[in-house]
Design a protein around this ligand. Structure first.
Ligand SMILES: *Cc1c(COP(=O)(O)O)cnc(C)c1O
Length: 451
């Protein structure tokens, strides 16, 4: 296979255009001594980087990993010639403006014409800010998230000194709102995290139900859509999942990770607040960086100080090329991922060797080999995982509650038991066209593992 290299020809053209903007400055010698040594070291780097799974290839159907769009890579690289810092306008004037525009486009995707928000280093930091704001507004009250929510919420709550409550899930990995209702009776929950796309199985919490409970109990709703946020644009969700996305704009805060489905290099998460007045909570007096202008410095509304302007530039460029619109090219990519997952799950379900606990709600498929018990299935998953990798098919594994598999739960005495399952995050649109190849290799890997 070949890597994309076309943008390597576009980059110098753009770099010269950028350079012309500074043509009136006195000349500085821009040559770097030791080109030969740089080339030697870069070759060492290339050799070292070979020690990776091929995340960029359609036969990598494992974890949440994929390369950025070439335009994001090129725009990020171009920005590093300046290396702007989006903490203050003084450090990144153009890139701060681009961040505000790109973030406003993300907010608009969720239906918000006004918002407060910014980019963060990832979903963890973005969620930390959302829960920090929740804690400021409901001091001492609990953060509640489902048993399938990202483990980061429990850990962040502990960092923030906020108590945490885990809400059980139903057999499809969604928050059990009956159980939530019972927890709410104690009156000590300040914020409910609704996950729109769990990291394990892409399950979507029943947001409409959660919002109904908010109307009665007055907690904050934070939507963790770090993985699933961009499915807002997909036209091929089930009715139930679509209903959750249709109401996401009613959450108080939303996190979405452009470095997951938004085609960005790592280091790009985003937090959004529906009510811009929460900005007042960030108030501080920096003696250093501010305030050369009265305009908003993003560092005034962000817990992180220095942040890469290059991330904002890359995101801005990607959204220029592929606007976040329903029916557009970017949305078609999301739909292709989902189609790949739906047909993979259908084909596995129709095959007596496999158990699919539930159809994918987004583009993540989880399945297990049919076996006499959870333990035997788990051992078998492990062997199939290894056998598939030998055939260049890279899958992932997930430990899921035995309750997701009625066939195993029936003869398991321990409700805490888990099943080690196989898992594929089909987050590259190419997976759709590669599905036959993926299933052929899986079939062969099953044979290897059974032998
Ligand atoms: C990935 C993910 C996170 C954590 O985000 P990072 O970008 O890895 O820091 C949080 N929540 C969900 C649902 C995720 O998928």
């Amino acid at each position: 296979m070949d890597f994309e290299k076309g943008t390597l020809e576009i980059l110098p053209v753009a770099l010269r255009m950028l350079e012309q903007g500074f043509a009136t400055l006195p000349a500085v010698d821009a040559r770097v001594p030791g080109q030969e040594r740089i080339s030697e070291v870069m070759q060492q780097v290339a050799l070292r980087l070979r020690d990776n799974y091929p995340y960029f290839h359609p036969l990598y159907a494992g974890q949440m990993l994929r390369p950025p769009h070439p335009i994001a890579r090129a725009a990020y690289a171009l920005a590093t010639w300046i290396n702007p810092n989006n903490h203050a306008l003084d450090g990144g004037r153009a890139s701060s403006a681009m961040e505000k525009e790109a973030v406003a486009e993300l907010a608009a995707m969720f239906g918000w014409q006004t918002h407060l928000g910014h980019l963060a280093s990832g979903g963890t930091m973005a969620n930390l800010e959302a829960l920090w704001v929740a804690g400021q507004l409901h001091p001492g009250k609990k953060i509640a998230a489902s048993a399938q929510a990202h483990y980061t919420h429990h850990r962040i709550s502990s960092v923030l000194g906020l108590p945490f409550a885990e809400v059980p899930c139903d057999s499809r990995g969604r928050m059990d709102t009956g159980a939530l209702q019972k927890l709410l009776a104690a009156g000590d929950i300040g914020c409910v995290v609704a996950t729109l796309g769990t990291t394990g199985s892409g399950s979507v919490d029943p947001l409409p139900e959660i919002l109904r409970l908010r109307a009665q109990h007055g907690f904050r709703v934070h939507a963790d859509a770090a993985y699933g946020g961009y499915f807002k644009l997909a036209g091929n969700l089930t009715e139930e999942v679509r209903a959750a996305y249709d109401q996401i704009g009613q959450a108080d805060s939303i996190v979405v990770d452009p470095h997951k489905h938004g085609l960005q290099p790592y280091g790009c998460g985003c937090v959004l607040f529906r009510d811009p007045s929460v900005g007042a909570l960030y108030k501080h007096d920096s003696p250093y960086t501010y305030f050369t202008t009265a305009e908003l410095h993003l560092g005034e509304i962000s817990l992180e100080c220095s942040r890469p302007g290059a991330s904002a530039v890359a995101l801005w460029a990607t959204q220029k090329l592929l606007p976040l619109t329903r029916g557009g090219e970017f949305a078609a990519g999301m739909e292709a991922c989902r189609e790949a997952a739906v047909s993979m799950a259908e084909r596995l379900s129709a095959d007596s060797r496999w158990l699919v606990p539930f159809p994918p709600q987004l583009d993540i498929v989880v399945w297990a080999p049919r076996a006499t018990s959870a333990r035997v299935a788990s051992e078998m998953s492990h062997r199939i995982f290894a056998a598939a990798a030998k055939r260049d098919l890279h899958l992932a594994m997930a430990r899921l509650p035995v309750g997701f598999f009625p066939a195993f739960a029936a003869n398991s005495s321990d409700p805490q038991e888990t099943v080690l399952c196989l898992r594929s995050v089909l987050m590259k649109p190419e997976h759709r066209e590669w599905l036959n190849q993926i299933l052929e290799r899986l079939d062969a890997a099953f044979g290897d593992a059974a032998a």
